[in-house]
Design a protein around this ligand. Structure first.
Ligand code: HAM
Length: 420
């Protein structure tokens, strides 16, 4: 098939017939985020490559293998954002948002780009609903973020999911843990996959994330992060658990959650479908990221939910989407004069917020009524010379066939549309 009629691999069109699903999630996510005091932020789709290298971490798969990177005409290296957090932190630092009232809470809907092997639920262009909180170091902030994502799932009608949490500690306790992992995995070096041999050198925590059958078996006896936590990290995580318990939020502790991005510290969490669908959300605390990106040292935390994956989970759960708006009225005109009147009425009704349609193709009234039916129009009317002369037209209810006489003016028609 010719390339120009084929979308690039790993991308998916969002078609008019399905867009109501996106609108449902966007509307509810925005309302829930605003009820927690979050304000929307929008950042560019591309950033300097170095931002992601420094922010996400040079040893992660995202940076090493998955970024869409290109030089612009001046030879500057730019990358399409593979995730939302780094750009939002950059924007907050650059625009001085972190010197103002803290904590700062922002949310965003953003397209992300990762050159991954496409498979069910995994795309090269995908969309995230994300939140970030800057300047709140208390465990209550982690609890609030998990509560927000949990509320959102409930408001969307998602029922079959679990929240998994883990404590990956501060950089100091992580250093000791990484050393222990290195020593443990070293004995299996010969049996590890190529990626894991690299992880052994560069990023041992990612060894726990390997899905390769040859490597998975070594996880069972691997050292546990819990044995390496300092007192502050233990205390922080205990408070997060207590906070979740106090709010009645169910969770499971999963010591194998390490996340695929390097900026996390302490609490990390994932939202997992219990129906075998891919993980649909993840986040955590990142207390060193703002400083890494050039700001003053400041705590940070957030999460990202994959929009495509949320919609897939909702479809699987038969969760309700808000139905798409249907056409209020189709107005057909027989002859030039009546067609002009139909156009004028359509225009007036639209200005008052009704979805009104009239003919743009010159087809017969019968064909126009077929089209009105396809649009799901609630009402229709046909204006001809008789109607123009009498000033009265028949308004037909397309659902039950009922008919009613109305004066040919926008006010009269509007009243009828609102009454029915
Ligand atoms: P992440 O876990 O890499 O975290 O992505 C968050 C969510 O984006 C995933 O749970 C998944 O639903 C969706 N997602 C990721 N990759 C793909 C893909 N290839 N195709 C479809 N959906 C995908 C982050 O990106 C962090 N920035 C989240 C965060 C915000 N942490 C703190 N603040």
């Amino acid at each position: 098939m010719a390339l120009i009629t084929q979308a690039p691999r790993g991308t998916k069109d969002k078609l008019p017939a399905d867009i109501y699903k996106w609108h449902t999630v966007e509307k509810i996510a925005k309302a829930v985020a605003e009820s927690y005091g979050f304000k929307e932020i929008r950042t560019p789709v591309f950033e300097h490559t170095e931002l992601f290298q420094r922010g996400v971490g040079g040893t992660t798969d995202i940076i090493q293998k998955e970024m869409y990177t290109f030089d612009d005409k001046k030879g500057r290296s730019l990358s399409l954002r593979p995730e939302g957090t780094a750009g939002v932190v950059r924007a907050a630092v650059e625009n001085g948002l972190l010197g103002d009232a803290l904590p700062l809470k922002v949310f965003y809907f953003t397209n992300c780009y990762r050159y991954e092997a496409p498979q069910s639920g995994r795309y090269r262009e995908f969309s995230q609903f994300g939140t970030e909180v800057f300047g709140a170091n208390k465990p209550d902030c982690d609890v609030e973020l998990i509560a927000l994502a949990d509320d959102l799932c409930k408001r969307l009608g998602i029922t079959r999911y679990t929240i998994e949490i883990n404590n990956i500690g501060c950089p100091d306790c992580r250093k000791k843990f990484q050393q222990a992992l290195r020593e443990y995995y070293e004995q299996f070096r010969e049996k590890l996959c190529r990626d894991c041999i690299e992880r052994l050198e560069r990023n041992p925590m990612r060894l726990l994330d390997c899905k390769n059958a040859d490597c998975i078996c070594f996880k069972d006896n691997a050292p546990l992060m819990d044995d390496f936590h300092c007192c502050d990290c233990v205390e922080h995580f205990n408070s997060v658990k207590a906070g979740l318990n106090a709010l009645g939020i169910d969770y499971k502790i999963n010591p194998l959650i390490v996340r695929g991005l390097d900026y996390y510290t302490n609490t990390v969490f994932e939202f997992c479908s219990t129906e075998g669908l891919p993980v649909f959300g993840g986040g955590g605390r990142y207390d060193g990221l703002i400083e890494e990106i050039g700001g003053n040292p400041l705590a940070g935390a957030g999460f990202g939910l994959g929009m495509e994956r949320i919609i897939a989970v909702m479809e699987h759960d038969s969760a309700p989407f808000e139905p798409a708006k249907s056409c209020d009225i189709y107005i057909a005109g027989l002859g030039d004069e009546a067609a002009a009147k139909a156009m004028e009425l359509t225009h007036e009704l639209r200005r008052d917020g009704f979805w009104a349609e009239t003919d743009l193709t010159g087809r017969s009234v019968k064909a126009q009524m077929k089209y009105a039916d396809k649009l799901g129009a609630r009402f229709s009317m046909v204006i001809g010379s008789n109607e123009l002369e009498s000033g009265v037209v028949t308004l037909k209810n397309m659902q039950n066939g009922e008919k009613q006489e109305v004066a040919i003016n926008a006010e009269g028609i509007k009243l009828c549309l609102m009454e029915f």
